[in-house]
Design a protein around this ligand. Structure first.
Ligand code: CMX
Length: 252
């Protein structure tokens, strides 16, 4: 039913400032930018391999995104799955009595979209999108691609089972332990115990892979990006990435 992760949505205070990091330092190509009046946001989609990052700036503090910014500050906001038929997917979810925010598809920046209530997916706000056919023919390349999204959960097995049963994602074999990995297209969801990530439930971090790792590290140094450097991996501090825990490793 789901082809992969279409995008990960990040709420930012000002799009122009966020471009300074995501487009100019990280190097993600800007694909699309528009005001979505009924959502009270200005939104931008940037390419990250075969998925995308959506930056959202609230234009109205009373909008859902405006309230999120006031309550939680900048950071990870929603997760969007690419589905060939958003209306069909909604019908299946309705039958399963899943709590939906949109009962019918509506136009959004990513195509025909619909949101599920965060309660339906253990505190993760999930969007479904059927992008326009031309979007799949995208040829623009990006210096980093999304590898996985980390989700904190009170009950790891229950959260993983929810994502498996609603969207059909297969489990990836891992060393025994309290974590569960689910394959979603070429990326993955890694469900970890909330206790492991400071008690946070919902989306907590993004892992990316860089084709030219030394060039990326040099870009971080030039721009004064705050990060912790390891061997073949770097962790950007949320103060530099608009509230997002960002872990980037060397492509192998
Ligand atoms: N992730 C997880 N939980 C969230 C959340 C998020 N992004 N946003 C809100 N919540 C939680 C709130 O904390 C609250 O929880 P509690 O009841 O435990 O306090 C609950 O959901 C209700 O939130 P609310 O803001 O008080 O009330 P609403 O029900 O009116 O709004 C929501 C919730 C999710 C619909 C709205 O905040 C929202 O973000 N909608 C999606 C908007 C969006 O992303 N639009 C961009 C579209 C761009 C495009 O079209 O392409």
């Amino acid at each position: 039913m789901m082809r992969g992760i279409h995008h990960v949505g990040i709420v930012v205070r000002r799009l122009a400032d966020a471009f300074g990091f995501y487009r100019d330092v990280l190097g993600l190509p800007l694909l699309k930018e528009a005001v979505v009046p009924d959502q009270g946001v200005r939104a931008a989609l940037l390419a990250a391999g075969d998925t995308e990052i959506e930056l959202l700036e609230p234009l109205d503090p009373a909008s859902g995104v405006g309230r999120f910014l006031a309550k939680r500050g900048e950071g990870l906001h929603h997760l969007c799955f690419d589905t060939p038929d958003v209306a069909g997917a909604l019908a299946v979810l309705k039958e399963k009595q899943v709590e939906l925010l949109d009962t019918a598809p509506r136009p959004g920046l990513a195509g025909q979209i619909a949101f599920l209530h965060p309660k339906a997916c253990c505190g993760v706000l999930v969007e479904l999108a059927t992008p326009p056919a031309a979007a799949h023919a995208r040829t623009v390349s990006s210096p980093v691609r999304l590898k996985r999204l980390v989700i904190g959960a009170q009950d790891v097995q229950r959260t993983a089972a929810t994502f498996r049963s609603l969207f059909g994602f297969p489990e990836v074999a891992m060393n025994s332990g309290p974590r569960v990995m689910l394959a979603v297209g070429r990326s993955a969801l890694l469900v970890v115990s909330a206790a492991e990530v400071g008690g946070t439930e919902g989306m907590v971090a993004l892992s990316l892979v860089a084709e030219d790792f030394p060039a990326l590290v040099a870009s971080f140094a030039r721009s004064g990006t705050k990060c912790l450097n390891g061997t073949g991996e770097v962790t950007v501090e949320p103060v530099s990435s608009h509230g997002v825990n960002l872990h980037i490793s060397r492509y192998t």
